[in-house]
Design a protein around this ligand. Structure first.
Ligand SMILES: [Zn+2]
Ligand SMILES: [Zn+2]
Length: 154
């Protein structure tokens, strides 16, 4: 066989995308995934037996039951962490939205790019300031605070 021909047949084998079924590597891979599947099923059945036994009677396996209790506590803590991380995400997203709002001109409604201080359409001051009375965030140009009613200085 010429080197060229061998090279070509190697490329064709690669292109065909699968190895022959009698290849020991393929056999090992297949049987390993079968074993993994069966082990997983076995574990699930043991777990189900455990659940049913515990539902009937506790105290048979005190050490394991203690471990289970600890796992349950950790699980609750992890779920709490997940919840607060999700809340944090929502808060950040809301803050971002509020930020975008300040870029929308309160006078003419034109959307101005981030970092722009004055509306590119009408020249109004963009962004927010704090009410001199109560500290509530107000748009520039607001004359009376909606929260405390204080008149704002220009
Ligand atoms: Zn404007
Ligand atoms: Zn105010």
């Amino acid at each position: 066989m010429s080197d060229l021909f061998e090279g070509l047949s190697g490329i064709m084998k690669g292109l065909s995308g699968f190895m022959p079924q009698d290849d020991p590597n393929v056999k090992i891979m297949n049987v390993q995934s079968e074993i993994n599947e069966l082990r997983k099923k076995e574990t699930e059945i043991y777990a189900e037996i455990g659940r049913q036994v515990l539902a009937e009677k506790t105290g048979l396996f005190p050490d394991l039951e203690n471990k289970l209790q600890l796992v349950k506590i950790s699980l609750q803590e992890a779920e709490q962490k997940l919840k607060s991380a999700q809340e944090e995400k929502l808060t950040i997203e809301a803050a971002k939205k509020a930020e975008e709002k300040t870029l929308t001109c309160p006078s003419c409604g034109t959307y101005n790019a981030e970092g722009i201080k004055f509306c590119q359409e009408c020249g109004s001051r963009l962004g927010t300031l704090r009410c001199s009375g109560c500290g509530t965030e107000l748009s520039y140009g607001t004359r009376y605070c909606g929260e405390c009613g204080k008149k704002q200085e220009e």
